[in-house]
Design a protein around this ligand. Sequence first.
Ligand code: DGL
Length: 264
Amino acid sequence: MLGVFDSGFGGLTVLKPIHERLPRLSTIYLGDNARAPYGVRSQEEIFHFTLQGVRFLFEAGCPLVILACNTASSQALRKIQQEILPREFPDRRVLGVIRPAAEYLAENSRRVGILATPATVSSQAYVHELQKLCPDMLVSQLACPGLTDLIESGRQDTPECKQLIARFAQELLAKDQMMEQVLLACTHYPLVWLPFRKAIPGVIDVLSQGDLVARSLKAYLLRHPEIDGQLEKKSQKTFFTTQDQYISKLASMFYGSTIEFQKA
Ligand code: DGL
């Protein structure tokens, strides 16, 4: 089974396109809703919580886990790949969401904007990844504190949230008016794609990353038949949350159709 992890519901916006592109794949989703948002936490905390999530999914039988969370990918992925896997789980793999998005951006322009959580922005992960792919890439980043909280709690349509989005869009544009692409680099943000789209001039592409990650996963599995062969293909979908009480209705909004969670 493929494991998919996020701090909360955001990873469901990545899981949905994975199910669309790889419909036979059985998946286990874990949302650490009880401790979301991660984006305002320290690197140590994000690493520790992410590792707990990965261990849970490994124990549940996943040979491959996707960190469907930019914050966890930027603050914990490298350490898990370089220090934890070789020592404890040499046959398992963990992948993130930053590289696939960066590859798409670098293929399509040299001037991009990144909207993300404070932790993702301060890690500079996108800047490093993009400039590794394209040394002359111009990257403008903006941290969007408070936005994940509003979306995670289902308040994305409130005037408060709309005002915040308009302000973040203005602040990013003030850094660079000539960007060609803006990435919503938090897996919660696809739920507010439309207000961002409206606040950013039409000549600039506004992208969500879910399908970019799904496409890249499909290519990865073709290149790695030894991992693909270990993944169950029974279209079974299991959803876990660390929250005591969760709102399935809210989760279904992120996923796009009805889903039921179990307590992890
Ligand atoms: N959905 C997440 C991301 O992609 C995490 C947001 C958070 O927990 O702050 O960054």
